[in-house]
Design a protein around this ligand. Sequence first.
Ligand SMILES: Cc1ncc(COP(=O)(O)O)c(C=O)c1O
Length: 420
Amino acid sequence: MNTNKDWITRAQAVLPGGGFGNFDPALFIRDGKGSRVHDEDGKEYIDYLIGSGPMLLGHGHPEVIDTIQSQIGKGLTFFTNNAAGIELAEEICSAMACADQVRYVTSGGEADMYAMRLARAYTGREKIMKFEGGYHGMCAEAQMSLAPAKPANFPLAVPDSAGIPESVRDNMLIAPFNDIDTVRALLDEYEKEVAAIIVEPLQRIIAPLPGFLQALREECTKRSIVLIFDEIVTGFRLAYGGAQEAYGVTPDVCTLGKIIGGGFPLAAIAGRQDIMKHFDKSTVGADAWLMQLGTLSGNPIAAVAGLKTMEILRRKGTYEKLHATGEKLQSLFSQALREQGHDHQILGHSSLFDIVFTENEVHNYRSWLAVDHEKNERFNHTLREHGILKSPGKCYPCLALTEEDLEQTANAIKTAAASC
Ligand SMILES: Cc1ncc(COP(=O)(O)O)c(C=O)c1O
């Protein structure tokens, strides 16, 4: 049987960088059940990565697996409309305040790319305002000032990837998250050119300051700019109705992914009918039409997995449990770190958060850049050694966590806090 080490060698031969580009390529997860996963050496971890978000119910939820298995017997993909895809769209429209209609794609990054293009088709304008440090997948626009090592003066965009034409940069306006004065000043200057503002309502783990999202909403309404909430992470997590429910601000369009595919590749653009109609050539005509199709869009297996996941999430007490578990975890982290005298803060939301080592406030990418990232690395490294799997910048609680998991996590946190 291949060990983790064997797989690393094999991966290095056939994959650039020895990995899929996502996570530490030295880690090979073999299987998962509930809140726990195992690597190829059989080492067990309590999973706070949960597939980077989709597995909110935990791994292999029996009801989701049954549903998937019964769909598999009927067929894997058809390229035509299918009933499950329509039911999922109906559920998204009833859950998300902004959603009259839905268009499926297969990844969150694709959804963001089309959401920005949709705003251009709708407004006839070209510029997109994006926040420094905001993550919207991998399309050219999204790669602007995602993680610049040396931030430029606003609104100049800095590409974070090779291979992007200069012309893309010229159509982006970069603004600081949580700074409505700078947003307003830029909009005053470029108003007639701006098609959309795209924002993660909870930017990575940085919460919006009170009033910030409301002010974005007002500015967009006043200036006929499309407000796009990237809810790939926050949708069905912060609340069933996503960040738009949790923060009480309704965008014009949102993008969804992760949870709505139940662990399969499915994402969506959802929004107001008068904007979404640009996906329909017969309504808007060839010139205003946004051409979009994809082989696996609305795939029935992904759709049934997402629908069943969402049905389980709607059950009484689910979000109360998720938030209570998240708060408990946060208090375990802060107690252990306080006891060891570490200046730290917990940023985010009970359903998604992380620790940063700093005594200063963190409201945007630049203040986040200034935190002690090396200490964070040491802390996460010890957690991993002690069976806690999390991403370097996020901790995702899931609904399968047990008291025993939390106890074991608390012990690992104490060890990591004592050694970082
Ligand atoms: C806020 C946000 N937008 C977009 C994406 C991209 O989604 P995907 O990885 O499915 O392309 C992610 C992925 O983590 C995300 O966190």
